[in-house]
Design a protein around this ligand. Structure first.
Ligand code: GLC
Length: 439
């Protein structure tokens, strides 16, 4: 039922007081939760996904008091705050790396062919101080933690409690499928991620979450093939379905994904849909190719399918990828993910952004103008979020429809979506190109 809003803090409103000042926007949008990208101290090799202290707030973003104030102000608006927890690896500047190296994964010589996602080369790096190799699935500055070590588990159980005690109502778990590596270091990337023992970790985390009321939500970044998603539904409340985002914007590809999830998801779990995040081209560009009508179709789909939906900042105004010249790239990965991370245009003048970390290029789609225009994408998104409150049950039933139209029953309602650039008629209802209707 919930709509989760993903804010990439640095580009959403620069810092935590900035985010707090934008809560009215989120309240008017009607979202239930605000998921913040990592807010902890970090040397920013991977922009916060290389954490140097889990119990603190990065000075760029403010202080713990600013976090408390954001949480309190969000709660007044019935918006939960979720954090992004990075348990697979830390920054190499985290004190643990020098003071407690046994918390990481080491080998005396390179034991296998595992490669780093960011460098494409060996995932093992020689450490002069220890005269051994450590594992890094991502950048060399992001050493992987050893989740076979009970001390790592104890540390994270403590971190969970630290933030749950401070009112966090949900966690997005970074690289949730990656924590456990094959204990025998067997050759093959399949031994580096998505190991069966990872689920025990989330079973334990659920026990901790259950000590709180309401129980915080655990949402995993489960970047595994769709066929391998079901085990993650055992102990995660929400498992991210990246193959929906990566599907082409066609009825065939998307309905195949949706119908498979609806067939396989256990009755006590909630399906989850999203078309953008900070790692992929924004849906207004990738799916809609800049066509505002097509973008509306994507929003219609996300917000009328059963379960939960994530809106990434800017989806609600049809924001496209930013044009970032290569000499302004800040991302460690290639291809650069920066075009999906450019600042949120709140106004046409862009005066709210002084010297942003990535360029604010196109402000033609911005919150202020769209707020004033009753026919804008922003007001369309607000209407959809309001309308979805009527879909109380979680069922989905595909209905027969003319080619180019996707029709599905949602409890009492029928949703019809014209997934084509031509107009269609569905049982007497005229649908303009890319138009969705709830009948
Ligand atoms: C996740 C994050 C991504 C980050 C990576 C390594 O995939 O979404 O931004 O680079 O983990 O932490």
């Amino acid at each position: 039922m919930s709509v989760i809003y993903q804010a990439y803090v640095r580009s959403f409103a620069r810092d935590l007081p900035g985010a707090r000042a934008r809560l009215d926007h989120l309240q008017r949008l009607g979202v239930d939760a605000l998921w913040l990208s990592p807010i902890h101290p970090s040397p920013n090799v991977d922009w916060g996904y290389d954490v140097a202290g889990y119990d603190e707030v990065h000075p760029d973003y403010g202080t713990l008091a600013d976090y408390d104030a954001l949480l309190a102000a969000a709660r007044e608006r019935n918006i939960d705050v979720w954090l992004d927890l990075v348990p697979n690896h830390t920054s190499d500047r985290h004190p643990w790396f020098t003071e407690r190296p046994e918390l990481y994964v080491w080998a005396k010589s390179i034991p296998n062919d595992w490669t780093s996602i960011f460098t494409g080369k060996s995932a093992w790096r020689f450490d002069e101080a220890r005269q051994q190799y450590y594992l890094h699935q991502f950048a060399p500055e992001q050493p992987d933690l050893d989740w076979w070590n009970p001390d790592v588990r104890a540390e994270f159980e403590r971190i969970l409690r630290f933030w749950f005690d401070r009112g966090v109502r949900g966690l997005r778990i970074d690289v949730a499928h990656g924590l456990i590596k094959d204990a025998r270091f067997r050759n093959g990337q399949q031994y580096l991620r998505n190991r069966p023992e990872v689920h025990e970790i989330y079973a334990r985390w659920q026990e901790i979450a259950a000590e709180y009321d309401p129980k915080p939500t655990l949402m995993g970044e489960t970047y595994v093939p769709l066929a391998e998603l079901p085990p993650y539904w055992q102990h995660l409340d929400l498992a991210q379905n990246l193959w929906f985002l990566r599907a082409d914007f066609t009825i065939d590809e998307l309905s195949h994904n949706v119908e498979r999830v609806m067939r396989e998801i256990p009755a006590n779990r909630t399906p989850l849909w999203f078309g953008s995040n900070h790692d992929h081209s924004r849906m207004a560009t990738r799916w809609a190719g800049g066509d505002p009508d097509k973008h509306r179709a994507a929003l219609f789909l996300l917000l009328t399918l059963p379960g939960a939906a994530i809106l990434y900042q800017g989806d609600e105004i049809g924001l496209e990828d930013g044009a970032v010249p290569p000499d302004r790239y800040r991302d460690v990965a290639r291809p650069s993910r920066d075009p999906a991370r450019t600042p949120m245009p709140w106004t046409r003048s862009g005066a709210e952004w002084v010297d942003p970390w990535l360029p604010l290029t196109d402000t033609s789609r911005n919150v202020e103008d769209e707020d004033a225009d009753p026919n804008s994408i922003l007001n369309y998104t607000r209407d959809l979020i309001r309308a979805r409150r009527a879909f109380s049950d979680g069922s989905y039933e595909r209905l027969p429809s003319p080619k180019g139209v996707w029709a599905y029953r949602r409890g009492e309602a029928t949703c019809v979506l014209n997934m084509s650039a031509k107009s269609h008629v569905y049982e007497g209802t005229k649908l303009a190109k890319w138009e969705g209707a709830v009948l």
